[in-house]
Design a protein around this ligand. Structure first.
Ligand code: NBP
Length: 482
């Protein structure tokens, strides 16, 4: 046995993670893939890595020093279960199996429980940053036991991205906590991408700017409070010209957004936990709306303003662009705030001790949503660890105060000109929902009591009440069955 860490699954993510591990001082990396060609290819392409190539699970286990530590990077789902079963056959108590795939956190909870019974440790680990992150430094979100973190932590710290001198990895919490947090990361990513897309669409229609001109706008924004990887790559995408047609690439790409499911999981989980994550959910729905061409074929049928008709701010583009920048910032704050609320609620529900400030800190580098303003989130939780709504921290309250007039103008403009801006507008509705002194939820309670005798509470005295709607409409005190 010569290797201190192993990787199973050598598609793009596994290969890059294995190369990253091998490039760090002190690591010898054993590799295994179901089909031998990928293993042979990786060894041939990267002799500098000094990989220990193995071609059976037995050989893989024998090449690892104790406690054996293996990172699985295979297609999430049945593949993960198949590899775990094989590793359980050849590993021993005290060894560590890490699943770095995009597993659903409830699968991770199930797997951790089953594997733990064998005495082997199981760690579900979120890996963010795509191919490049895996190779050069991802943001890593390991869950699992404290015991496995002792072995795993030092290795992971060497391969993670570094932000302001700190490695972008922390022990998130037990069992499925790491995959849960990675899921929410992706949900926030959906919302962040969608608000950027809405900003682009609004600017293009309102000012008549070309994609290349809007690329300059995003590049400029990336020097301010919006500085982030997603803003940076947006400028690159908008600047790209299609070599076939000479048109902006963004104009020849089919406008149907794909999704691999993690955004949907986040929205579903938010609903299950009762967390109003409307921005994330709207971003998921915006992608699904886009990818239903048969429904979108109603374009000529449904009446409304022609969004392509005129560029209403062509005379003064700068003023409108600044409003959109503010609206984007405000909507982004809402998306992150909702995302952290999901993590807070998930931690409470599943009994994880998650340090929310640390989560923001490890997202500053390596991952897709890395952004300057994550530092502000860390600071907010450092001030008040149990902040009930992230955006009520003073920094965000000030930012929203500065942004909100522009935000309202932009949402009104979108509605008036017939441009869909689902996350801009739903985020504003969420914001105003939190601000409202009274909500029409009181009326909903009345309706529920009317048709289903679901009862209601009163503002002026304790107890549970029901109105005899089909009788004399007097009120009776209801027996609280809860
Ligand atoms: P894929 O998701 O395309 O999976 C391909 C790998 O899974 C191959 O090594 C394949 O082996 C292996 N595999 C399958 Br499929 N079924 C298997 C089974 N029953 N037993 C053993 N191996 C099996 O690879 P990827 O794009 O590199 O992603 C790996 C993981 O990382 C996924 O869970 C993904 O969600 C996650 N992830 C991806 C990204 C990204 O940006 N792509 C980012 C973060 C996380 P074979 O070669 O023998 O077919």
């Amino acid at each position: 046995a010569t290797a201190n860490i192993g990787v199973v699954g050598l598609a793009v993510m596994g290969s890059n993670l294995a190369r990253n591990l091998a490039s760090r001082e002190g690591n010898t990396v054993a590799i295994f893939n179901r089909s031998a060609e990928k293993t042979e290819h990786l060894v041939a392409e990267h002799p500098e890595a000094g990989f220990v190539a193995t071609f059976s699970y037995e050989e893989f286990a024998a090449s690892l020093t104790a406690p054996r530590t293996a990172i699985i990077m295979v297609k999430a789902g049945a593949g993960t279960d198949a590899v775990i079963d094989e590793l359980l056959r050849v590993f021993e108590p005290g060894d560590i199996i890490v699943d770095g795939g995009n597993a659903l956190f409830t699968d991770t909870i199930r797997r951790e429980k089953a594997v733990r019974e064998t005495g082997i440790n199981f760690v579900g680990m979120g890996v963010s940053g795509g191919e490049e992150g895996a190779l050069l430094g991802p943001s890593l979100m390991p869950g699992g036991s404290d015991e496995s973190w002792i072995t795993l932590g030092p290795i992971l710290k060497t391969i993670a991205a570094v932000a302001e001198g700190e490695p972008c990895v922390t022990h998130i919490g037990h069992d499925g906590a790491g995959h849960f947090v990675k899921m929410v990361h992706n949900g926030i990513e959906y919302a962040d991408m969608q608000v950027i897309a809405e900003a682009y669409d609004l600017i293009r229609h309102a000012t008549g700017y070309s994609p290349a001109q809007i690329a300059d706008v995003f590049a400029e924004w990336n020097r301010g409070e919006l500085e982030s990887y997603l803003i940076e790559i947006t400028a690159e995408v908008l600047r790209q010209v299609d070599s076939d047609t000479g048109l902006p690439l963004v104009d020849v790409v089919l406008d149907q957004a794909g999704a691999k499911g993690t955004g949907g999981w986040t929205a579903q989980t938010a609903i299950d936990l009762g967390v109003p994550a409307s921005g994330i959910a709207e971003a998921v729905f915006a992608r699904s709306l886009s990818s239903h061409p048969e429904q979108r074929a109603t374009a000529g049928i449904l009446p409304g303003p022609d969004a392509d008709a005129e560029s209403s701010f062509a005379d003064d583009p700068a003023a409108f662009i600044e409003k959109v920048r503010r609206a984007l910032y405000a909507s982004k704050i809402v998306a992150y705030s909702q995302g952290f609320d999901i993590i807070r609620a998930g931690a409470a529900h599943y009994g994880w001790n998650i340090d929310l400030g640390n989560v923001a800190a490890i997202w500053r580098g390596g991952c897709i949503i890395r952004a300057r303003f994550l530092n502000r989130i860390t600071e907010a939780y450092a001030d008040t660890a149990d902040l009930p709504v992230l955006m009520t921290a003073p920094f965000f309250v000030d930012a929203l105060a500065t942004a909100q007039d522009a935000w309202r103008d932009v949402v009104a403009h979108a509605a008036a000109t017939g441009l869909p801006a689902p996350v801009f507008s739903s985020s504003l509705a969420y914001y105003d929902g939190l601000r409202a002194r009274r909500l029409p939820a009181a009326l909903i309670q009345g309706q529920r009591d009317f048709f289903g005798a679901h009862t209601y509470k009163r503002v002026d005295r304790d107890g549970t009440f029901h109105t005899l709607w089909s009788g004399d409409r007097s009120e009776v005190e209801a027996v609280d069955t809860h």
